[in-house]
Design a protein around this ligand. Structure first.
Ligand code: HEC
Length: 298
């Protein structure tokens, strides 16, 4: 760590210590102020260390992309969600789970009920026990969640040189930059790392990954898959579609939330007009009265 960060941390620690010491000499009368002082000092520590760390590890921030769903009135592109599901299923699902998404969630969003049922039936789910106490396998149903690629975290790490492919259900909310980051990450691989950067076995160089050495090799190449709807599967197209799909997965109520926001704003603006009129009506008597003071004794 840089000396400045250590200095800041030490200073913050002292503040915490002295505020604790001061507090313990007083009686418990002022007990409510201690948590605030400590929280403030802690925030200084975190902010100090955080700022220095950010400046020092040379992270490249993803650019802001023009998503068709950014903006207060724009809904998600559902054709893109559908294509994004296909990318997830054919490419990412080999390593990444999406444990909070079930086939029924796709119904009415990207697939019809029939289509979602067909997709679910393609997987085998362990169910049971049956009347003899045995577990058995059956085709998936709408209520089944997406299958997990690995039995547990250890198996996942063992298959990926020790790196753990995180669950993608909430990934756009779990990473700084959201879908901009996911898109930038998927398209941010460079063939040769610059001089001075050593990659370990199984690592690839990605300019947007914090630390730049990522345990996931480039996944999207031209021709890695073909879209059912005939869209040319370029790298950027696949990255954009899977990012949109992941936005929907993390925020299934994205469209509903925006529609609700518009309704609320419309109703509130009507109400504001009515309230203004009512307020002026009520105050008109007071505001238009005239006060006259007469001196009695001349
Ligand atoms: C061959 C296995 C594999 C496939 C296929 C794969 N990934 Fe990964 N992914 C990984 C591993 C391993 C990591 C952890 C990397 C690390 O921590 O260094 C990872 C990490 C990630 C991360 C998290 C990066 C971060 O900031 O922590 C995202 C997002 C991601 N993958 C998205 C995808 C998407 C989207 C696809 C499909 C287009 C995909 N992955 C396909 C193995 C895979």
């Amino acid at each position: 760590m840089f000396p400045r960060a250590r200095l800041l941390q030490n200073a913050a620690k002292k503040i915490v210590k002295s505020s604790v010491a001061q507090h313990s000499t007083k009686t418990s009368k002022k007990s409510s102020s201690l948590p605030w002082v400590a929280a403030g000092a802690l925030a200084t520590t975190v902010a100090g260390a955080g700022a220095t760390l950010y400046a020092s590890d040379y992270n490249l921030h993803p650019p802001k992309y023009e998503w068709s769903h950014s903006g207060p009135l724009e809904s998600l592109d559902h054709a893109s969600i559908r294509r994004g599901y296909q990318v997830y299923k054919q490419v990412c699902a080999a390593c990444h789970s999406m444990e909070y998404i079930a086939y029924r969630h796709l119904v009415g969003v990207s697939h019809s009920e029939e289509e979602a049922k067909t997709l679910a039936e393609q997987i085998q789910v362990v169910d049971g026990p049956d009347e003899d106490g045995n577990m058995f396998e059956r085709p998936g149903k709408l209520s089944d969640y997406f299958p997990q690629p690995y039995a547990n975290e250890e198996a996942a790490r063992a298959a990926n040189n020790g790196a753990y492919p995180p669950d993608l259900s909430m990934i756009t909310l779990a990473r700084h930059g959201g879908e901009d980051y996911i898109f930038a990450l998927l398209t941010g691989y460079r063939e040769d790392p610059p001089a001075g950067i050593d990659l370990r076995e199984g690592q690839a160089y990605n300019v947007y990954f914090p630390g730049q050495a990522i345990g996931m090799a480039q996944q999207l190449y031209p021709g890695v898959m073909e879209y059912d709807d005939g869209t040319p599967a370029t790298v950027a197209q696949m990255a954009k579609d899977v990012s949109t799909f992941l936005v929907w997965a993390a925020e299934p109520h994205f469209d509903e939330r925006k529609r609700m926001g518009m309704k609320v704003l419309t109703i509130l603006s009507f109400m504001a007009g009515i309230l203004l009129y009512y307020k002026r009506h009520k105050w008109s008597v007071l505001k238009t009265r005239k006060l006259v003071y007469k001196s009695i004794n001349g």
